[in-house]
Design a protein around this ligand. Structure first.
Ligand code: UD1
Ligand code: MG
Length: 405
């Protein structure tokens, strides 16, 4: 039943221990594996360290993924220990919960594999988009078999218009779930490029979701929130371990492997925890960044290979990176996007001639620099993470405020 819990108290008490173990494993394994990645040629130059040409190991997220999967494989028996140890309860073993757990890990494992393939092979943007769709299939399957309900709650302001409190989305619900996976993975991957920002934002989001799950599980429906918690707490452990090496000045890069791994973990935890819409509240900065990026992602405005801010070698501070927009080959829609973004203060036009415009790139990280002025890389990442903390606090307040008031 949805009210009773399958996890024993012992199993639950061991979860933080496993998360701490995951942290320790990551902290130990990264220094050992990073040289191997570098020797295999999976390394990149830190573009914001003036004069440096040293290659830094990339795709270190694969170490996190490895430690994460091993931790959860070892944890599974403890999650179900009350059924395994007690011969009377063996017949009641919750197979459907077990399959849910294993399929969640299969989806995440699939995403780590595809992310690593992307880091090694440097796939094109149009291919990247499909990877999370494929990886979400095991999860959709288990959802279909176990839950099957495609009814969703309608937000209060839309109820009159829809004509009810719930609406059946049918197969569209499955489309929505794979789109959530595509969104989460890519949204984190494009809010990237300065030391510590990918791992930092992921750690804050995961920690906020842990709080959400703990509070919600005290309010009933503990099963949903427990599986979500089991997926998120070890994730916090490996991410905290990674951040130690990825923080300014980075000695390793997280790679697309980590960004996809993080996004997929959030999507899976939210779908199985039944809070996929609440998740989007926590991803407000990423959502804003994604929307702001749309003109460049769809090539309405030219998009350079890298959009992260650039260091000014003289001052040592980061400044917004720019893109050259040739007036002849840019559509009027593209020019309109630039005009609107400029008017609202999201981008700045640095140079304007009869032939071309030079505009700052359409990302939140560049916008922060446009508004606040040049900043040191360490301060910029703190600033972005502060925005994430504020959004997480607001999301928690909204979620519980709406419930309690
Ligand atoms: C995405 C972004 C791109 C951004 C890049 C930075 C879009 C459409 N794509 O591309 O604009 O520049 O992420 O990760 O928005 N690097 C650093 N410092 C860091 C982290 C990364 O210099 O702190 C550099 C390194 O050279 C590293 C490279 O970025 O090798 C990794 O970029 P990659 O993850 O391959 O870029 P994308 O995900 O394709
Ligand atoms: Mg990337």
């Amino acid at each position: 039943g949805s009210g009773s819990s399958t996890t024993s108290v012992v199993g639950l008490a061991l979860l933080p221990v496993f998360a701490a173990g995951a942290w320790l494993g990551t902290v130990r394994l990264i220094p050992a594996m990073a040289p191997l990645l570098e020797r295999a040629g999976i390394a990149g130059v830190d573009l914001n360290k003036p004069g440096s040409t040293k290659k830094i190991p990339e795709a270190v997220g694969v170490v996190c993924g490895l430690v994460y999967l091993v931790t959860l494989f070892l944890y599974i028996p403890f999650h179900f220990d009350s059924f395994l140890l007690n011969s009377d309860k063996r017949d009641d073993f919750p197979h459907e919960k077990f399959v849910e757990f294993v399929c969640a890990l299969l989806s995440i494992c699939c995403m780590i594999f595809l992310g690593f393939a992307d880091d090694v092979l440097n796939l094109a943007w149009r291919h990247k988009l499909w990877l999370p769709t494929v990886a979400s299939l095991p999860l959709l399957m288990v959802y279909y078999v176990n839950v099957g309900s495609t009814w969703v709650l309608v937000p209060p302001f839309m109820r009159e218009w829809v004509g009810g409190e719930t609406i059946n989305l049918g197969y569209l619900f499955y489309v929505y779930m794979s789109m959530l996976a595509v969104f989460c993975t890519n949204a984190i991957n494009i809010m990237a490029g300065i030391n510590g920002v990918e791992a930092g934002q992921s750690l804050i989001i995961a920690a906020s979701l842990v709080i959400l799950n703990i509070v919600l599980s005290f309010m009933g429906q503990s099963d949903h929130h427990l599986i979500s918690l089991c997926l998120l707490l070890p994730f916090c452990g490996v991410t905290a371990g990674l951040l130690r090496f990825n923080w300014f000045p980075s000695s390793v890069f997280v790679g697309d492997t980590f960004c996809y791994f993080a996004g997929m973990t959030f999507a899976v935890a939210a779908i199985l925890g039944h809070f996929s819409r609440t998740l989007l509240l926590f991803l407000a900065p990423q959502t804003f960044n994604f929307v702001l990026s749309v003109p460049q992602l769809f090539k309405i405005v030219p998009c350079p290979r890298h959009r992260m801010p650039r260091v000014n070698a003289r001052t040592g501070l980061l400044e917004p990176s720019v893109v050259e927009v040739p007036l002849k080959s840019t559509s009027s829609l593209g020019l309109w996007c630039i005009a609107v973004a400029r008017m609202v203060g999201l981008v700045r036009v640095v140079e304007s001639t009869d032939e071309r415009l030079v505009v700052t790139n359409f990302t939140v990280i560049n916008t922060v620099l446009t508004i606040a002025g040049p900043m040191h890389e360490r301060n910029l990442v703190m600033c972005i993470l502060f925005i994430q903390v504020v959004c997480s606090v607001v999301a928690l307040a909204l979620r519980f405020g709406v419930l309690f008031v």
